[in-house]
Design a protein around this ligand. Sequence first.
Ligand SMILES: O=P(O)(O)OC[C@H]1O[C@H](O[C@H]2O[C@H](CO)[C@@H](O)[C@H](O)[C@H]2O)[C@H](O)[C@@H](O)[C@@H]1O
Length: 272
Amino acid sequence: WPANDQDAPDMSQPDFDQYLGEYIKPGDTLALLLDYDGTLAELTSHPNLTQMSDEMRLSLRNIADSGKAFVSVISGRDVDGVKEKIGIENIIYSGNHGLEVLYPNGTRHNQGIPKDVADNFDKMIDQLNREVVHHGSWVENKRVSITFHFREVREEKYIPEMAARAKEIIESYGYRANPAHASVEGKPPIQWNKGLAAEYILGSSFDPNWRQRKVVFAGDDTTDEDVMKMIKGTGRSFRVTKDKELVTNADHKIPSVDSVYRLLKWIEARVA
Ligand SMILES: O=P(O)(O)OC[C@H]1O[C@H](O[C@H]2O[C@H](CO)[C@@H](O)[C@H](O)[C@H]2O)[C@H](O)[C@@H](O)[C@@H]1O
């Protein structure tokens, strides 16, 4: 299903043969990078309710244990939270949109944040709580970034104004605001994103010459586009979306978390 086509059928094994069959040959070693929410697990009303299916976990574990694939999950959640959700030991986790990296041996890499910006963090949350948290919206505090959630706001008339004001508040404290799924993400204003984090993880942990190796990425959100841009032309990327009109840097659109599972099953068979 090429980007921008009119129909959005779910994916089958022959689709992945077509997308990846020429790219990943049996015997190749592969780097598999994945987003979490909306990619490995369905979006839910609250982040605590999200669960990855047992089938997805088993397939991911089989790929990670194959000895033929390097696996990393790069999430907007805080790194310990996303590791807890997935629960597989031998993969590299990255959280807070790439600001934190947690290796299987427990080593961590935290991207530095200027002190004046970090000092504004609690004040920003206080103001968000005072001004835009009402009718079901809330602020998720991830220690270095925040997510302002409005998925549970039942009276939709409040949403445009609270989202716009949240963006203003986030930016007034020197943070970057970007729209995401029923939320506004607030990230520190440093030259870092999921794409640069992926580049760092691949270069330091997979292979310094990773651009000559096979890299596959799947993600569903705006922040994932940075990874898609970064591997464009060398890797293969998938944007999880049902939106036929959505403009993306991904090589292909796939419609659902279920189709991500089929992608994993295809890769699992290839690295077996
Ligand atoms: O990069 P990701 O792994 O996709 O994380 C992005 C954000 O995901 C979570 O929020 C989103 O998922 C929630 C649970 O399904 C949903 O309720 C919310 O509306 C979504 O925005 C998470 O809470 C954030 O911290 C992540 O940044």
